[in-house]
Ligand binder design. Structure first.
Ligand code: 13P
Ligand code: SF4
Length: 303
């Protein structure tokens, strides 16, 4: 009988002393072979403490890059180089340098959904879990916030500081309209609505809770409700169903991040066999990007 992909992955993991890290938006079968599944903050923290020689990163480019920045001496494999975050591609380091010149007293907070080069220009990074906590931890009362305008607007409502947003957005979350949420609410009137802070302001204003993907699991765990409308990428429902089999979850139609789906069991196998594609970054960029990432992790979770 031919070997199942899951068995082959287990075999290769042992041979290579590899760990598999997967984001909550990965395909269900990829989540199921991972050693750790989580949000961007959890994955960065996990990457920073692994003892494996090889990290197979099942997520998009910026997440795999952060794992490399935190582990410059380890091999970080990214099974499909085309798995890129379009929001991360909307930001560039020269633009951040110009803003720093225009607003010299501002501190730069860069959402992890950016290239290592953008992180290298920043004072501190944040994730959707701790964006408010990170901004409020800073000295300056003026914050340059890149690259998600929706997240920047969300942060602005929870801080006395002035937040200058970069005009980027996540196409997947920006397409989660109030109309789509309202249709689900009409169908499931008892459901709580929990949305990601990358959603549009009017969606956030009408939600019961705003959470990172990992924070959504914490919210459900603590909620007396049994039904939930989930305002984020559809694969989040895989972990929710797995951890809370007695509760009901409803996805927003069309909420799909296509590049997250490029990682498959087959390309995980190929990457472990060939030890590539590998994430490579210049030592200078890694050294400059590490400090803002470590500063972010020291702030810890916000949800
Ligand atoms: P989380 O850190 O909440 O998992 O979000 C990452 C992301 O890319 C959301 O679109
Ligand atoms: Fe990027 Fe949006 Fe996909 Fe998250 S869901 S990885 S922000 S495109």
């Amino acid at each position: 009988m031919p070997m199942q992909p899951q068995e082959r992955i287990a075999q290769l993991k042992k041979e290579r002393n590899a760990v598999i890290l997967a984001h909550n938006y990965q395909l269900p079968e990829v989540q199921d072979v991972a050693d750790f599944v989580g949000d961007s903050l959890g994955l960065a923290m996990q990457a920073s403490k692994t003892e494996a020689d090889v990290i197979v990163f099942c997520g998009v480019d910026f997440m795999a890059q952060s794992a490399k920045v935190l582990n410059p001496d380890k091999t970080v494999l990214h099974p499909d180089v085309n798995a890129r975050c379009p929001m991360a591609a909307m930001c560039d380091p020269s633009g951040i340098r110009m803003l720093k010149k225009d607003f010299p007293r501002a501190e730069v907070v860069t959402y992890v959904n950016t290239s290592a080069e953008c992180k290298a220009e920043s004072d501190i990074c944040c994730t959707s879990s701790n964006a408010v906590k990170v901004v409020n931890s800073l000295e300056s009362d003026l914050i340059i916030f890149t690259p998600d305008e929706n997240l920047a607007n969300y942060v602005q409502r929870s801080t006395d500081k002035d937040v200058l947003p970069w005009p980027g957005y996540c196409p997947t979350h920006d397409a989660i309209s109030l109309e789509k949420i309202q249709k689900l609410k009409d169908k499931y009137p008892d459901a709580a609505v929990v949305v990601h802070p990358e959603c549009r302001p009017e969606v956030i204003d009408n939600a019961d809770a705003v959470r990172s993907t990992e924070g959504m699991l914490n919210f459900v765990r603590e909620s007396p409700k049994t039904e939930f409308i989930i305002g984020t990428e559809k694969e989040m429902l895989h972990r929710l169903h797995k951890e809370f089999p007695d509760r009901q979850f409803y996805a927003v139609p069309g909420a799909v991040c296509p590049t997250m789906k490029l990682i498959t069991l087959n390309n995980i196998i190929t990457s472990l066999e060939l030890m590539g594609p590998e994430i490579t970054l210049s030592p200078e960029i890694m050294a400059k990007a590490r400090a803002p990432l470590e500063r972010m992790m020291a702030v810890g979770r916000g949800d």
